[in-house]
Design a protein around this ligand. Structure first.
Ligand SMILES: *[C@@H]1O[C@H](CO)[C@@H](O)[C@H](O)[C@H]1NC(C)=O
Ligand SMILES: *[C@@H]1O[C@H](CO)[C@@H](O)[C@H](O)[C@H]1NC(C)=O
Ligand SMILES: *[C@@H]1O[C@H](CO)[C@@H](O)[C@H](O)[C@H]1NC(C)=O
Ligand SMILES: *[C@@H]1O[C@H](CO)[C@@H](O)[C@H](O)[C@H]1NC(C)=O
Ligand SMILES: *[C@@H]1O[C@H](CO)[C@@H](O)[C@H](O)[C@H]1NC(C)=O
Ligand SMILES: *[C@@H]1O[C@H](CO)[C@@H](O)[C@H](O)[C@H]1NC(C)=O
Ligand SMILES: *[C@@H]1O[C@H](CO)[C@@H](O)[C@H](O)[C@H]1NC(C)=O
Length: 918
């Protein structure tokens, strides 16, 4: 079988600091050649099947397990298969991961009695840890508060003061494993230790592609580091040198290692880890992982959702694809009943400072967790005295440059990479470098192998250079503080730019809420720096897992508490503005969810509001009538006022185009309107009341840009601090009106998509017969500008008279002289070939379900389907002859049996002329 390879869908769970938000320009088609070699995200020839209850499977023999009945059915049909894994969690998931080497076998799987679902196995990219600041030994006793800024932002500090710290709660962390030798994580493993258990499903060498998993009982990770950072956010033991503490530092942690040192992991291992973490009795599962998905239907998402539904709190990262714009959610974060977590930036940056002498100036902050190691006081050397030079230090330095080893070299950021500058400076002996910002923002720098370097702010750098040019003898000293100092972050408290936007294509409310995830100081393996600052929704996720542990310690672990945790966190969260200016719009609910978690309020509220989410859907499925319930669980009678607090309306599409806007998605102040009835209520102790809402979506904004309107219905009690809210989202326009197949040259300059590529991956411009020897095969290049629940590729008769929605931009519509429209007969005959009323479908090549849209900002720009073997999807050989391919993609909310609900494209004619040599 051939797998469709989508170019990558990689989001790192924590970001490397030179993460690029630049708008991807147009690419030449030659980029296909460069990019299509990227690993794909589907494991070839492997599937996850879900099986029915034994009682529902027709059999002639008796079996004790439904899996055995299904396997026997397969064997009796002479299907050769290997069982990779069995899943046997009754009530959650019973099925298997199987590998099947023939297309016939794979096609037969779906119609085997007892098989209720067959899914390809997706791979999820490994978190990529950023180890920016290795340690060099510190024990300064005067360490001020640090890391706690995130706790103050969310009321965790107040919960800790009450003595609530996660005692008696078990949290399973599904990640890269943990360095449990870390002193701040208890320096031990097993019962009685902080890291009380877990499992390694993969081993160090596993990469999800060409290495077999080597499971064992020891989830130690000293080669990746991501899971250790995650574990510290939940569980760091207070009283350490950096004065950080976990959100639930007394919880018991279980580490489930699903990534090797590098590479990906497939669905089947994630499902296995979820089921085991559930069986081990964890109260909370935390998953800082995922990949672009867009639908709630993925197999790992489904299993995670069922576990949540069974009474566990399941917390999953929403994704780091904020740069890709709206409707670009991740799986398994899409799991319907899980808590999908987005990120806000920490209000404090942990920075170091350098002392200035020779001129009056405050210490200058530089971006580092650990101080630069240089001892003593050094003069500065400037590469240029002109602070407007864009490419400062990008070229090799002149021969007249002195030995730079005895200076602190000052260079301006820009034009070339940091590493390029450091390489040029190091060639002249430079050992200590401060790069001053050129306006791109204050971040950590990628140092490559050059160690003593950090970024300072533009104004500080310009000051140093100008004073130096004026002849001042400036010297710098790096004090050994032993710890960074908190410095206010201008974006602190806002949603992180990388935080993914929802909702899912099927319009679920994702993310649920946000927690601090940008610039988080936590633990990393002792051999990888001990402490480091990472950013990502990976960091926000364990924050919510820890918060849930505080809630469960305070309220008990009953199903009533666990299944209402999300609603409680949502209704007591705090609004996040879109920027720091007075009166700015609130950030769209599609990115902030219900807002920033406040754990103290969630635990202490005596006003219960349900539900937390109101989904108005699109205008074609508009649910204008909504309601919610307010209950006074306090001991005093209380009056509440109910008001509408709209958030910014997010403009999904570029005006006049079919492509989604990149993030940060622009917001408009055209809001929905709502009639609230009643808008004030009085509730005695224990009383509750339903409030009715009638929504009207914004009409003074064009539905062609698909405005995603959202906001909050606020319930205000006795004081302005006594407020709660339910959050709503809705879409102006009908999802079915959104094009899914890209028919523009927006992505590949000058090449309108879709296109048929020939064996050398050039557009086929003249009649070609493909021989299927070596690289001689046709390939189909297409992009989805919006998600599609069903994408099919069929071979049809070359004389087909169908008028596709997208005209072939390639030669020859000569077989279609009169443009006559033909009605296709559905449902699609994808299991058995077949034919349409007028379009002769010779056979299906492939069918893909629940496909995410492509993006421009990440690495998921396009889909390329290589027809490497002359076979249909069911494995039968395609006869030599002339054909066209019909590509169809179902629009969101479209009916799979209705032709108009698909975007379609008919390829130019191509020939199949198999090589005669066997
Ligand atoms: C498709 O085939 C081309 C040419 O052999 C190859 O370079 C490319 O990696 C293949 N792409 C995929 C996605 O398999
Ligand atoms: C560490 O942080 C706590 C809580 O924020 C603070 O009370 C304490 O003073 C800090 N300890 C040191 C040594 O600074
Ligand atoms: C910058 O100015 C100082 C002081 O005048 C001078 O010594 C130095 O050579 C100048 N550097 C460059 C790169 O021009
Ligand atoms: C939105 O409406 C579509 C079409 O009816 C439906 O399939 C989808 O499930 C709805 N979404 C939610 C979250 O209710
Ligand atoms: C593919 O197209 C290019 C450009 O038209 C052409 O040079 C090349 O020979 C073609 N390759 C095959 C295998 O047809
Ligand atoms: C392709 O094969 C067909 C049938 O064998 C033949 O008629 C046609 O000329 C061939 N076309 C090319 C471009 O070689
Ligand atoms: C067929 O459609 C094309 C493109 O829309 C148009 O240019 C052409 O005139 C149409 N031909 C007929 C016969 O209607």
């Amino acid at each position: 079988m051939r797998a469709m390879i989508s170019t990558a869908l990689i989001w790192w769970l924590n970001l490397t600091l030179h993460f690029s938000f630049t708008l991807a320009g147009k690419f030449p088609l030659s980029n296909v050649k460069a990019q299509s070699r990227l690993p794909g995200n589907i494991v070839p020839n492997e599937f996850i099947i879900e099986v029915d209850l034994l009682s529902r499977i027709p059999t002639t023999r008796s079996y004790s397990r439904s899996l055995d009945a299904v396997f026997d059915h397969l064997q009796r049909r002479d299907i050769v298969f290997d069982v990779k894994k069995e899943f046997n969690s009754a009530g959650i998931f019973v099925g298997a991961a199987v590998s099947i080497q023939t297309s016939q076998g794979a096609a037969a799987l779906a119609n085997t009695p007892g098989v209720i679902d067959v899914r390809p196995i997706f791979r999820y990219p490994s978190p990529k840890p950023l180890i920016a600041h290795p340690i060099n030994g510190l024990d300064d006793p005067t360490i001020p508060p640090d890391g706690q800024s995130t706790h103050v932002m969310t009321g965790v500090d107040k919960v800790h003061k009450e003595g609530t710290s996660g005692k008696g709660i078990k949290i399973g962390i599904i990640d890269t494993g943990v360095d449990y030798t870390h002193p701040v994580l208890g320096a031990g493993f097993g019962p009685g230790h902080k890291i009380a258990g877990g499992y390694d499903f993969v081993g160090n060498a596993f990469n999800g592609k060409d290495s077999a998993p080597m499971p064992d009982d020891d989830p130690l990770d000293q080669c990746n580091g991501h899971g250790t950072h995650v574990a510290g956010i939940i569980g760091a033991i207070p009283g350490n040198q950096f004065n950080i503490s976990g959100v639930a530092y007394d919880a018991e942690l279980y580490a489930y290692r699903v990534f090797g040192c590098n590479g990906d992991t497939p669905d089947d291992i994630l499902i296995e880890a979820l089921l085991r973490a559930n069986d081990d009795g964890n109260d909370i599962l935390s998953l800082s992982l995922g990949g672009a998905d867009g639908w709630t239907e993925g197999k790992t998402s489904t299993v995670a959702s069922r576990i949540a539904d069974s009474g566990k709190v399941v917390v999953i990262a929403s994704g780091n694809d904020g740069a890709s714009g709206m409707f670009y959610t991740s799986g398994p974060g899409n799991a319907i009943n899980a808590i999908s977590v987005g990120s806000v930036d920490n209000v404090a940056l942990a920075l170091q400072s350098v002392l200035v002498s020779g001129i009056e100036h405050d210490p200058i902050m530089y971006w580092a967790t650990y101080e630069l190691p240089k001892e003593g006081t050094l003069p500065i050397y400037t590469i240029s005295n002109d602070t407007s030079i864009a490419d400062d230090g990008c070229n090799p330095l002149s021969d007249k440059t002195p030995d730079l080893s005895q200076y602190v070299t000052i260079v301006r950021r820009g034009t070339c990479t940091f590493v390029q500058k450091f390489t040029n400076l190091a060639a002249k002996g430079a050992k200590n470098v401060l790069v001053y910002d050129n306006g791109n923002g204050f971040v950590a720098v990628d140092k490559g192998n050059f160690y003593n370097a950090a970024l300072i702010q533009a104004a500080d750098g310009e000051f140093l250079v100008k004073q130096h040019a004026a002849g001042k003898n400036i010297k710098l000293t790096f004090p050994k503080n032993g710890r960074p100092v908190e410095h206010p972050d201008p974006n602190g408290g806002l949603t992180s730019r990388f935080s993914t936007y929802g909702p899912s294509n099927d319009f679920y409310f994702k993310p649920a809420l946000v927690a601090p995830g940008g610039n988080i100081l936590s633990t990393v393996p002792t051999n990888m720096g001990v402490y480091a600052v990472f950013s990502g929704t990976s960091m926000a996720t364990p924050f919510i897992a820890g918060s849930a542990a505080l809630l469960l310690e305070a309220k008990g672990k009953s199903k009533d508490v666990t299944s209402n945790a999300r609603t409680l966190f949502e209704t007591t969260a705090k609004y996040v503005p879109s920027d720091k200016t007075e009166g700015s719009l609130l950030q769209t609910v599609a990115q902030q969810g219900a807002g920033l978690i406040n754990v103290y309020d969630a635990i202490h509220t005596s006003t219960k509001v349900t539900p937390g989410e109101l989904i108005l859907n699109d205008t074609a499925n508009f649910k204008f009538g909504q309601q919610f319930n307010v209950k006074n669980e306090g001991t005093q009678s209380k009056a509440y006022k109910i008001t509408h607090v709209p958030a910014g309306t997010a403009l999904t599409m570029h005006e006049g185009t079919i492509v989604p806007q990149l993030g940060p998605v622009p917001l408009s102040n055209v809001f929905a309107q709502v009639i609230i009835s009643p808008d004030s209520i009085q509730l005695g102790p224990g009383e509750s009341q339903t409030v009715h809402l009638m929504f009207k979506y914004p009409t003074s904004i064009s539905n062609s840009i698909f405005p995603l309107y959202s906001g909050f219905i606020q319930i205000t009690g006795e004081s302005v601090s006594d407020t709660y809210h339910v959050s709503y989202i809705g879409l102006g326009g009908s999802l079915k009106d959104i094009n899914v197949l890209d028919d523009t040259d927006y992505f590949f300059e000058g090449t309108k998509l879709p296109v048929l590529l020939n064996g050398t991956q050039d557009v086929q411009i003249k009649p070609t017969n493909y021989t299927f020897t070596k690289d001689n095969f046709p390939a189909f290049l297409f992009r989805l500008v919006f998600g599609s629940a069903l994408v099919t590729l069929d071979l049809v008769d070359p004389a087909t008279e169908l008028v596709p929605t997208i005209p072939a931009n390639q030669p020859s519509r000569r077989n279609n002289p009169d443009n006559s429209t033909i009605i296709l007969s559905f449902p699609s005959p994808h299991d058995d070939g077949g034919s349409y009323a007028s379009v002769k479908v010779i056979g299906p090549l492939e069918e893909f379900k629940y496909v995410t849209r492509n993006d421009e900002a990440g690495g998921n720009g396009f889909n390329l389907y290589n027809l490497t073997e002359p076979t249909f999807a069911n494995g039968s050989t395609i006869k030599d002859g002339q054909y066209r391919a019909l590509l169809r993609a179902l629009r969101v909310t479209g009916d799979p049996t209705t032709e108009e609900d698909y975007d379609s494209w008919l390829s130019p004619i191509f020939g199949i002329q198999k090589s005669q040599t066997t």
